[in-house]
Ligand binder design. Structure first.
Ligand code: CDP
Ligand code: CDP
Length: 225
């Protein structure tokens, strides 16, 4: 089916990936898959079970016995871990600050990448993460690399938090984002990098709608070929 493309959206923390990916998926009636939620759910379960987060075999064994599923939600997609909703729990600070450690485990990545490729095989898809254009969907017709200044990204996260009644100082958020970007970009297995054929969009002074329109234009270009 020529109208069902693969759209890969990668970039650093809080660049707006999941927000715009979901809107783009809705616009084209494609499936949306938030791969960060899969790494976050894995991390949450490991923390809850007091498992050593840097032990590849222990985490892989846990993961092989773990079900992570999605359901459409209003503002964001709902995430379920072994049948229980964890949409909000996976955004907690302890998960955010430990997810890069779990995401650096090669065997864990291999298992989650396989699950992501199975989801993508079902049809038109918009998938966001760190390694989608490079590793998960290397043949994606549209590859986008979203960036924004770290100040702007910390500010976005700050506003998200305040809306939820979570108070973390702006400076701390900026530091956490920088540390996570560093770890994600420097790990051995599929680090965060821009695919050679990805289109970079700097969203620092763009609205959500402008970003969604820019990505939609790229999809429409491919659809009209
Ligand atoms: O939304 P936010 O930018 O905070 O991050 P996320 O997309 O929820 O991803 C959380 C973490 O999962 C990232 O910091 C990476 O460590 C990891 N991740 C990854 O390694 N590969 C992906 N494809 C997606 C996420
Ligand atoms: O998935 P990722 O971590 O890249 O970002 P996100 O979870 O979508 O969070 C981005 C936040 O920035 C959301 O609160 C958006 O409303 C806001 N935002 C955006 O995504 N894009 C813009 N151009 C402006 C603001």
């Amino acid at each position: 089916d020529n109208s069902k493309l693969q759209v890969a959206i990668d970039g650093p923390a809080s660049a707006g990936k999941s927000t715009v990916a979901k809107l783009v998926a809705t616009r084209f009636s494609y499936i949306y898959c938030d791969t960060g939620a899969m790494y976050r759910s894995t991390t949450l379960k490991a923390i809850r079970n007091n498992l050593p987060l840097d032990d590849e075999q222990v985490i892989l064994k846990m993961l092989n016995d773990t079900e992570i599923t999605f359901e459409p939600g209003e503002k964001q997609q709902k995430v379920f871990l072994d049948g229980n909703e964890v949409t909000n729990d996976i955004r907690q600070e302890d998960v955010t600050n430990n997810v890069s450690t779990v995401a650096s485990l090669g065997a864990v990545r291999a298992e989650l990448v396989e699950r992501q490729q199975e989801i993508a095989a079902k049809g038109g898809i918009v998938m966001d993460g760190r390694d989608i254009g490079t590793t998960v969907l290397p043949n994606a017709e549209v590859k986008i690399f979203l960036i924004a200044s770290v100040e702007e990204r910390a500010d976005r996260r700050f506003k998200d938090n305040e809306e939820k009644g979570i108070h973390v100082p702006l400076e701390q958020l900026k530091k956490e984002i920088e540390e996570r970007d560093y770890k994600d970009s420097h790990r051995e297995v599929s680090p965060l990098t821009k695919a050679a054929d990805a289109i970079e969009i700097d969203t620092t002074s763009m609205s959500i709608d402008q970003v969604v329109d820019a990505i939609s234009d790229e999809i429409n270009k491919k659809l009209s070929l």
